[in-house]
Write a protein that binds this ligand. Structure first.
Ligand SMILES: N[C@@H](CCC(=O)N[C@@H](CS)C(=O)NCC(=O)O)C(=O)O
Length: 206
């Protein structure tokens, strides 16, 4: 099995961390969406990562679809998103907020870094950063003084920590010191665990 994409992508990283936690072995292909676009497109028609190539050649695209497959593989006891019931709705809501926040942070990053000098729209960046921070604020309030967002380690905690850590690298304004102390602590705690260490963002920090 092969997982395409670099850990700087929060969508790739949450998949890599989750597969590791669930004990699903994958070969990593650290392809970059810029330099390796054509190679990625040969696997995923959208030219996006993550993509997971299963042993029989079937290709799964989009982190949600890959994680859903992984949860089905390990079964209800170990699934990172409960497979049914109100717990599923609650975890999915937190995951959607964390994912939405990091999507805005990714757009903000592209807007700031990939547009030619002078073509970045500061008002648009401010809106994106505000949306990302809005998502984080909701998660900060939901976490409060609990260890985990939903009573045990779930996909909500993984996606939240991956999102937060991504923003410490690419959008430090969004996660300015002291703004989200509970999320900072959750991220620090998870960053010390083997699956997060194996996907450490240190190489991308300047
Ligand atoms: N909804 C997708 C988003 C994937 C995504 O946007 N990946 C980015 C990397 S962070 C990408 O491949 N961007 C290149 C492009 O869209 O051209 C998921 O959850 O997997």
């Amino acid at each position: 099995m092969q997982l395409l994409g670099r850990d700087l992508s929060p969508f790739v990283r949450r998949v890599a961390v989750s597969l590791d936690l669930l004990g699903i072995d994958v070969e990593r292909r650290h392809l970059a969406t810029g330099a390796d676009f054509e190679e990625i497109k040969r696997v995923n028609p959208l030219g996006r990562v993550p993509a997971l190539v299963l042993d029989d050649g079937e290709v799964l695209v989009d982190s949600q679809a890959i994680l859903d497959w992984a949860d089905q593989e390990v079964g209800p006891e170990r699934a990172l998103i409960p497979l049914t019931g109100p717990e599923r709705r609650a975890v999915l809501k937190s995951v959607s907020i964390a994912l939405g926040a990091v999507e805005k942070a990714v757009q903000s990053f592209y807007e700031r870094k990939q547009k030619a000098e002078g073509r970045t729209d500061p008002a648009w960046v401010e809106r994106l950063n505000g949306q990302a921070a809005g998502g984080l604020a909701a998660l900060e309030a939901a976490l409060g003084d609990q260890e985990w967002l939903h009573g045990r380690l779930t996909q909500a905690d993984i996606t939240t920590a991956v999102a937060y850590d991504f923003m410490t690298v690419t959008g430090p304004d969004i996660v300015a010191e002291g703004r989200f102390p509970k999320l900072a602590a959750l991220t620090e705690r998870l960053n010390a665990t083997p699956p997060f260490q194996a996907t450490d963002l240190a190489p991308f920090r300047q």
